[in-house]
Write a protein that binds this ligand. Structure first.
Ligand code: FAD
Length: 365
């Protein structure tokens, strides 16, 4: 029997992970992207591996399994280049302390490593912190460097026979469902497969009918502002840090990657306002950690998240469209290693794993 053919659309963290697993499982994989791999949302992600505040319990468990799946993959896929399980320090304001305490209590009951820390322990855990405050430490959280990771996932898929098509030959213009689903590309080719897995991130609705939060409209909640600053004078922060006004983590090239919960920006926000926010985040970072006396804003980007309308991942066969499978989620960095394993099990056994049941696209019909 010839191996099952699978076309994967999108070479972000999710599509690259799916292509790598399917190719390793012996399927004949074609991976398509209209750009180079890893240049879209995955590139700008805060990339925090966490199940810190995910509800309900089953969604927490899925994300927790996601963190563990990266730890496993790191052993086999040159993890030193992209896996950063550095732990996460969260500092709380006085008003925020009861919520943080309750969260840590709930998470430890659920078997998720977390503990409350006093200001001295917070400072010991992250010596770069300038502000003494109580908080919590999440031992097993961390972050990923998505660009070197995606490069390795694609190389792994190719080493198992996958073909990568980018640019016009990789740009999908139409998906035709059927017993033998067909994918049309901008280069005029038609690819036939046994299954098409659509991992086109926030562009998925252009190819397959799944409901995402509209991200192009003014005041959409999907876009986030990512700001990169540097240089950081060593020794800068090594862990992922949250305060009530800022999220930060180290980034390659001696930089820090910053986000802020109140930076309400969208794709229509004027450049001057984005500059103002970027400078504001720089100032907050300088208040929060040592090593930023000479730092300036190096890069900034408004990037929309692929957000399913009900806040939960969408993974599975699309009803009424034979041969078409979709995978889209706003926790894509945390979940990609685990979801790609589940998707491979689903496609190779024709039996959806029970834990994917709540995330089926059929819930919207
Ligand atoms: C600001 C921000 C912060 C975030 N923070 C976190 C976090 O801390 N933790 C976390 O887990 N997640 C986080 N996320 C979410 C996470 O980054 C995404 O869920 C994840 O990157 C999505 O990966 P993806 O592969 O599905 O999509 P993408 O990385 O967007 O990849 C989709 C690919 O599809 C391609 N494509 C699209 N249409 C076509 C077409 N027609 N033909 C061919 N190719 C096509 C694109 O070129 C792209 O390469 C964050 C997101 C943002 C924006």
């Amino acid at each position: 029997m010839s191996p099952r053919r699978c076309v994967v659309i999108g070479a972000g963290i999710l599509g690259a992970s799916v292509a790598a697993r399917l190719a390793s499982a012996g399927l004949r994989v074609t991976l398509l992207d209209r750009d180079q791999p890893g240049r879209a949302t995955s590139r700008w992600s805060f990339a925090w591996l966490n199940s810190n505040d995910k509800a309900p319990r089953r969604y927490h468990d899925l994300n927790h399994a996601g963190i563990l799946a990266w730890a496993e993959l790191a052993k086999d896929l040159d993890g030193d280049a992209w896996y950063r399980p550095v732990g996460h320090v969260e500092l709380a304001s006085a008003e925020g302390t009861p919520e943080l305490t309750a969260r840590v209590h709930r998470l430890t009951e659920w078997g998720y490593p977390a503990r409350i820390v006093d200001p001295a322990e917070a400072a010991r855990l992250e010596p770069a912190l300038r502000i003494p405050a109580p908080g919590a430490f999440f031992l097993k959280e961390g972050y990923l460097l998505t660009e070197p990771l995606i490069a390795r996932l694609v190389a792994h898929a190719k080493s198992h026979g996958a073909e990568l098509l980018t640019g016009e030959p990789g740009r999908v213009t139409r998906l035709e469902p059927g017993a033998v689903p067909r994918v049309r590309t901008a280069a005029g080719t038609i690819l036939e497969a046994d299954d098409v897995v659509c991992c086109a991130g926030r562009w998925t609705p252009e190819l397959a009918a799944v409901p995402l939060v509209p991200w192009r409209i003014p005041r959409s909640t999907a876009p986030g502002l990512a700001v990169r600053i540097g240089p950081v004078t060593p020794p800068g922060p090594v862990r992922l840090v949250h305060t009530p006004e800022l999220a930060l983590r180290p980034h390659p090239g001696g930089l820090l990657h910053l986000e802020a919960p109140d930076a309400a920006v969208d794709l229509h926000t004027p450049e001057s306002e984005l500059d103002r926010w970027a400078d504001e985040l720089l100032r907050r970072a300088q208040r929060t950690v040592h090593g930023l006396d000479h730092a300036r804003v190096v890069d900034r980007k408004v990037c929309p998240r692929p957000m399913p309308i009900d806040g939960q991942s969408i993974v599975g066969r699309l009803p009424g469209t034979p041969g078409v499978y979709v995978a889209v989620t706003h926790s894509g960095v945390t979940l990609a290693a685990h979801l790609s394993r589940l998707i491979t099990e689903d496609l190779t056994t024709d039996t959806p794993p029970a834990c994917l049941g709540p995330y089926t696209p059929a819930r919207f019909t």
